[in-house]
Design a protein around this ligand. Structure first.
Ligand SMILES: C[S@@+](CC[C@H](N)C(=O)[O-])C[C@H]1O[C@@H](n2cnc3c(N)ncnc32)[C@H](O)[C@@H]1O
Length: 270
């Protein structure tokens, strides 16, 4: 069973428009929950990489969590490399959290809106891990500051976030087609690095580039939808706009890869 604490309904009201967007994000992920793991290829690869990075870390006894855990790809990868660890999985999407039935000794799960900060039980955390979740929050940098401040001395932040240099092909095609770019506004890697460096000692910092050929705009947008990642503050395109986007998607097909810029950070509280 997923724990639903009373604190979840407590104050820190986000502005109504952003609260609505947060609900839309949750509903989109909820609708795709049972297909998420089948389509989340980059997320799976990154989760594996982060889990591997945790293998040699000296991690103290404080609370440990996977923030925006979804179906638990990252938490499971960390536990695979570090069977001695038990991570609390936090997410505001119950359907994703419930994808994996609890087994004996499995991590506990908490339904929690990360736009409200972290729950009190994570104060003095020895490990805060998060992959592909921070970008969905209303104020990624502010939340990252808070995550860093909640770590205990010697505590670790293990983070992966897609950043603003992603999806240039999509942005340019939208410009040529004169339709809105409906991707999420991703945070700038430099801003997140700066936030982390204010409080933590950065041990590893990489900006990974993943490149995939996606000759069809519609196929790509369907892929996002298949994992529930289609929510957009600018709304969805009409059919006519979609057709225009498709027409302008690949002026030069073999040379138009779609790129993800993923910031990978490993940092420790001194
Ligand atoms: C792309 S999925 C990544 C899931 C998982 N970390 C992984 O790597 O597969 C983004 C996750 O962020 C969660 N999320 C988005 N907004 C959230 C919020 N406000 N509070 C908690 N979780 C949130 C979603 O429900 C979803 O599980």
């Amino acid at each position: 069973m997923v724990e639903t604490p009373r604190a979840r309904t407590r104050t820190a009201d986000p502005a109504p428009a952003t609260a609505l967007f947060s609900e839309r994000v949750r509903d989109c992920f909820s609708g795709a929950a049972n297909q998420y793991e089948g389509g989340a290829r980059i997320q799976r690869a990154i989760a594996w990489r982060l889990g591997h990075l945790c293998r040699p870390l000296a991690i103290g006894p404080g609370p440990k969590a996977d923030l925006g855990a979804g179906t638990g790809l990252l938490a499971r990868s960390i536990v695979l490399h570090r069977p001695d660890l038990n991570l609390l999985r936090l997410d505001n999407c119950q359907a994703l959290l419930e994808q994996e039935p609890p087994q004996a000794g499995a991590s506990s799960r908490l339904l929690w809106d990360l736009n409200l900060g972290l729950p009190a039980q994570l104060a003095g955390a020895s490990l805060l891990a998060s992959s592909f979740a921070l970008q969905w929050l209303e104020q990624p940098r502010l939340q990252l500051d808070q995550w860093a401040s909640q770590l205990a001395r010697g505590g670790w932040l293990v983070l992966a976030v897609p950043c603003s240099a992603s999806f240039e092909q999509w942005r340019q095609a939208a410009g040529r087609a004169r339709v809105p770019f409906t991707g999420l506004a991703l945070p700038a890697a430099s801003e997140l690095i700066e936030a982390v460096e204010c409080q933590l000692q950065v041990v590893r910092c990489q900006r990974l580039r993943f490149s995939r050929r996606r000759p069809q705009a519609l196929a790509f947008l369907r892929e996002l939808k298949a994992i529930g990642a289609q929510a957009s503050p600018t709304g969805q395109l009409s059919r006519t706009e979609l057709r225009r986007l498709q027409t302008h998607w690949t002026p030069n097909p073999p040379k138009c890869p779609l790129e993800w810029e993923v910031l990978l950070l490993l940092a420790r509280k001194p």
